[in-house]
Design a binder for this molecule. Structure first.
Ligand code: M6R
Length: 559
């Protein structure tokens, strides 16, 4: 994943691009760069964070009204100055930024090398750029036409934005599989991977569709498909505020997002769950309720944290709806040629709505006749648009790379869907339904009260911060939660962690337990509680250090 920003209009392009790149650093931060056009093409790029690029450009004349910028997360070629974007073409007249992966780049590179092209980076991007330039040279055609011809041969995912030294009044952009938003201002346009770099300038945006090429001038936006037919840009009004994407006094976005959870879960339930009336309103789900009830199975497709949300949902759906549920890693599902029958219901879970594996997995399943429901956070994202229907999680922008508030919002949405379907199907009786609605309604306040215990949490973190490894254990619903806990620890602290079903410990992993190993139990009071307490005893017997997440007043777990 990389972040792209571009500007064309009457303002200074560099400050707009720089600020945008900082907002998009969550998408990648191993190198960054900008290309500006002002009486010639100037390209500046640097390994490291955007701040290092900024520092290196102190005192440089960066005046320009058109420019492109990129913050990278390496896929082809190590993080370095030379692999950083923008890349320039062999003639030096074009510069391009790219987010995505060109899968057939090696073959194209060989063709270009035979024609005498020399490459200055290890990237697939430089190959695509020279491929475009070669087509333009051979056909003596406008750049947009060369891009169109080139993209017909490209296998993979991309958003590209090009500037042309010989045509300084135009940006050319195109997308397939990676996100591109264009903000529309007065005599200016802003391009970015998501709306966060755009929102302070304009709320009118166009989400570019797959296989579309955009020809962008300060006062004109033309969209065409790869068949060269004009497309009507669909202008959407952004409904987020700038404050929602800034740190709001916290040291880190992740911390801010953890503390936002009472509000985000509330936002997610708001307007849908009415515990007093005993109703859940979700129009996207209502439309497909009969198909879901009749489905032989539901397949949850997702990656990472979203996959963990799918695993929790498996327990919930099977219990409340009595429908067979499978949970699939999208990256496996898409390549495995899975058996999909007409009428299978796929629930795609994604915070960003742009995870390529999840997107391709649902597109494949759709072609085979499955019904696709999206549980997505980012409105208008690719997965949301590729789904037949679904429900947004409404968690607001998640800037922290480690998913937190998106996970709990996913659980809230998936629980509401299961409650709705279970009740309609009759597998969930009226009293239990009402009781669960009330419990769900109470969650935001409960989360708020847990977030008041930060001192105790900090003290535990301080005590165990140097442990080389740790285990996270749970049973039932809490098993996937344990997996998610282990993922968060690995991702944020670089401490090795593993999640396990607590009962599996005795089948091998218990050999790892000694007095140096912190073992986190998710041991809330549920039907497994007694059993989990026995599992704690097994760990204690081997002198493991237990950290237990328990209900208030649960003396039994403390004994
Ligand atoms: O945007 P998505 O939910 O589709 O992203 C999938 C994973 O990359 C993501 O959940 C990742 O595992 C988390 N950010 C880790 O905290």
């Amino acid at each position: 994943m990389c972040g792209i920003v571009a500007y064309i209009g009457t303002r200074e392009a560099y400050p707009v691009i720089l600020k945008g790149l900082k907002r998009l650093e969550y998408r990648g931060y191993d190198s960054s760069g900008v290309a500006l056009l002002n009486g010639g093409l100037k390209v500046y790029k640097k390994k490291g964070k955007v701040a290092e690029l900024e520092e290196s450009l102190q005192g440089v004349d960066l005046h320009a009204n058109i420019g492109i910028g990129h913050t990278r997360w390496a896929t082809h070629g190590e993080p370095s100055d030379r692999n950083a974007h923008p890349h320039t073409s062999a003639s030096g007249k074009l510069a391009m930024i790219h987010n995505g992966i060109i899968e057939n780049y090696a073959q194209l590179k060989q063709e270009l090398i035979k024609k005498g092209y020399v490459f200055h980076s290890d990237t697939d991007t430089e190959v695509l750029l020279n491929f475009i330039e070669d087509i333009q040279k051979n056909n003596n055609c406008p750049l947009e036409e060369a891009v169109r011809i080139a993209l017909k041969r490209i296998v993979g995912a991309y958003v590209i934005v090009l500037i042309d030294n010989e045509n300084p009044e135009t940006l050319i952009a195109a997308r397939k599989g990676s996100p591109l938003v264009i903000g529309i201002g007065k005599n200016e346009h802003f391009l970015a991977s998501d709306a966060s770099p755009i929102i302070e300038y304009t709320k009118e945006v166009v989400y570019v569709n797959d296989y579309e090429i955009a020809i962008i001038k300060p006062d004109e936006l033309i969209l065409k498909n790869l068949g060269n037919e004009r497309q009507t840009p669909f202008i959407t009004k952004l409904d987020m505020e700038l404050a929602a994407i800034e740190k709001g006094g916290y040291d880190h976005f992740m911390l801010k997002e953890i503390f936002e959870q009472p509000q985000t879960i509330f936002d997610c339930l708001r307007g849908r769950l009415d515990a007093d009336a005993g109703t859940i309103t979700m129009s996207g789900i209502e439309k497909y309720a009969d198909e879901i009830i009749a489905a032989n199975r539901i397949v949850m497709v997702a990656c990472g944290t979203s996959w963990h949300a799918g695993l929790v949902a498996e327990y919930i759906f099977e219990e409340l709806c009595r429908i067979n549920v499978e949970v699939e890693y999208a990256s496996e599902f898409r390549y495995r040629n899975p058996v999909i029958n007409k009428g299978d219901v796929i629930i795609a879970i994604s915070q960003s709505g742009e995870t390529a594996d999840t997107l391709v997995a649902i597109e494949n399943a759709k072609q085979k006749g499955a019904i696709i429901l999206g549980v997505v956070n980012v409105v208008g994202s690719s997965i949301a648009r590729a789904s037949h229907a679904g429900a947004y999680t409404h968690a607001g922008p998640e800037i922290g790379v480690a998913s937190t508030k998106a996970f709990t919002a996913q659980l809230a949405v998936l629980t509401m869907i299961a409650l709705k379907i279970g009740y309609k199907k009759g597998t969930l009786n009226h009293d239990r339904y009402l009781q669960l609605l009330k419990e769900l309604d109470a969650i935001p306040d409960k989360v708020a009260s847990i977030l008041q215990s930060t001192e105790a949490i900090q003290a535990i973190a301080e005590k165990y911060k140097d442990a080389p490894s740790s285990l996270f254990l749970g049973r039932g619903y809490n098993f996937p939660v344990a997996l998610e806990g282990a993922l968060k620890l690995k991702e944020i602290s670089y401490i090795h962690a593993e999640g396990y079903p607590a009962a599996e410990m005795k089948h091998g992993p218990i050999a790892l337990v000694d007095e140096s190993l912190p073992v986190v139990f998710i041991a809330t009071r549920d039907s497994f509680h007694e059993k989990v307490i026995s599992n704690m005893q097994e760990i204690k017997a081997r002198k493991g250090k237990i950290i237990a997440v328990i209900n208030e007043g649960d003396e039994q777990s403390l004994s």
